[in-house]
Write a protein that binds this ligand. Structure first.
Ligand SMILES: [Zn+2]
Ligand SMILES: [Zn+2]
Length: 95
């Protein structure tokens, strides 16, 4: 391995971080997300696209403190007691 490092021309070194960004890595949220992606895209993936990222319920503003993986949110939303849209089951309003 030492020989490999020494054989890298000095001019090559500055580009090594960019090469590392091209490495394929698996998502750290592997329990809920099985994606593998380029290392350089990982932070964007985790922030915007990862189905395993923990997110707050969209009704947090209404008082819900539920948090969970993004992919589990549709299920939670459908049963969240703080949702105001589609109050088919509960027509009573406590105001
Ligand atoms: Zn992911
Ligand atoms: Zn909720």
């Amino acid at each position: 391995m030492v020989q490999d490092v020494l054989s890298i021309p000095p001019t090559f070194s500055p580009s090594v971080p960019r090469l590392l960004d091209k490495l394929m890595v698996t998502c750290p949220n592997s329990d809920s997300c099985e994606e593998s992606l380029q290392r350089g895209s990982l932070s964007d993936h985790l922030r915007y696209r990862c189905s395993g990222t923990m997110v707050a319920c969209q009704y947090a503003g209404a008082g819900c403190d539920h948090r969970g993986p993004a992919k589990a949110m549709p299920k939670h939303r459908s049963e969240c007691k703080f949702r105001k849209e589609g109050e088919q089951e509960e027509t009573r309003r406590d105001f």
